[in-house]
Design a protein around this ligand. Structure first.
Ligand SMILES: [Zn+2]
Length: 84
């Protein structure tokens, strides 16, 4: 799983992030349908992220968000592999 605060990998089932100490929700919540906010980092997602996300519609929002934060396509692919 990934820490919602620092975006680093932490063991599945963690209650707190080992890196930043943030409390991590263990229960998968309903997918957040929150639309991207104009003016956030979201808008700077690179072009490849949109194409990439098209293959993973269920993770589109997170893919674009992470890409906007500087994640590479390779990082996102390995991340999605771990989600399976
Ligand atoms: Zn963290």
């Amino acid at each position: 799983m990934i820490c919602p605060e620092c975006k680093r990998w932490i063991p599945d089932g963690s209650v707190f992030c080992m890196f930043c100490g943030a409390r991590v929700e263990e229960e998968p919540r309903k997918p957040q349908e929150t639309p991207p906010q104009v003016g956030s980092a979201f808008v700077s997602a690179p072009d490849w992220a949109e194409r990439f996300a098209a293959d993973f519609p269920q993770h589109r929002w997170m893919i674009l968000r992470l890409a906007a934060q500087g994640w590479s396509e390779q990082m996102l692919r390995s991340w999605l592999e771990k989600l399976k």
